[in-house]
Ligand binder design. Structure first.
Ligand code: CU
Length: 249
């Protein structure tokens, strides 16, 4: 018992720490859309705290208050009652209200995250295939394609400008894949014969790991890529240099 307590203490401290920082251990999302999803999760966590408090509190209270004592008749039942309308209304009504609230918050965030700009700053056509990715910047004459996939092969890199809206046009040319960048808190299936469009607006510079998130065959595990977010001026330079390099090749 004491050993379990010693092990639980650091975990409780970590939990308290992440709760106080407001992140609850969640990544905060490196895009505007991801930050929106992060805030939705904050609402879920905050709603869960009083629910957990009531549930664990009642369990603890009944375990202690109604424990069997030596003097108790072993066949005795506790006081039985039925038909408490106020209690029934409370334990049905409160959860229903919580679910309606969480549903409304989720639907509002989904509408915002799925909304696409009519005038994006950058467009990238992303094509998923067995087993890799093709990133084309239409109008820029630039295409980046996966090297042959393998265990120690780094996937291709997409570069995006910080703070600008990028439209991703996602397709698959063989089987179902999924575009997933964990730090963006966003994942989307790529289905042959269908085109999916979504926007990403990066809010942090850096290199973010991405991978296929739908089992698509033998080399699925090696179907990785990365997204490098740079300031807009650096993005423009990158495009010019890459275009020059690809024209010369
Ligand atoms: Cu795949």
């Amino acid at each position: 018992m004491r050993r379990a307590g010693r092990r639980a203490a650091p975990a409780t401290l970590v939990l308290l720490g992440t709760a106080c920082s407001g992140s609850f251990g969640m990544p905060r999302g490196a895009t505007e859309q991801g930050a929106d999803i992060f805030r939705l999760w904050q609402i879920f966590f905050i709603a869960a705290i009083p629910v957990a408090g009531v549930v664990y509190g009642l369990i603890l209270w009944s375990v202690i208050r109604y424990r069997r004592r030596r003097s108790d008749d072993p066949d005795a039942l506790g006081s039985q009652f039925r038909g408490n309308h106020r209690l029934e209304l409370a334990y049905m009504g409160i959860p229903i209200l919580i679910v309606i609230g969480l549903f409304a918050a989720s639907a509002a965030v989904e509408v915002r995250v799925d909304a696409v700009s009519s005038d994006p700053d950058v467009t990238v056509n992303v094509e998923a295939f067995q087993w890799g990715w093709g990133f084309t910047y239409p109008g820029e004459g630039v295409t980046i394609v996966s090297p042959p996939s393998g265990e120690f092969v780094a996937g291709p890199q997409m570069v995006l400008p910080l703070g600008q809206t990028t439209r991703i046009v996602l397709t698959a040319n063989d089987v179902i894949h999924a575009f997933w960048v964990p730090d963006f808190l966003y994942k989307h299936d790529a289905i042959p014969g269908r085109t999916f469009v979504f926007d990403l607006t990066p809010t942090r510079t850096g290199t973010f790991y991405g991978e296929c998130a739908e089992f698509c065959g033998l080399n699925h595990a090696y179907m990785t890529f990365s997204v490098r977010v740079v300031p807009p001026a650096e993005f423009a330079t990158w495009l010019v240099l890459l275009r020059a390099g690809q024209a010369a090749a």
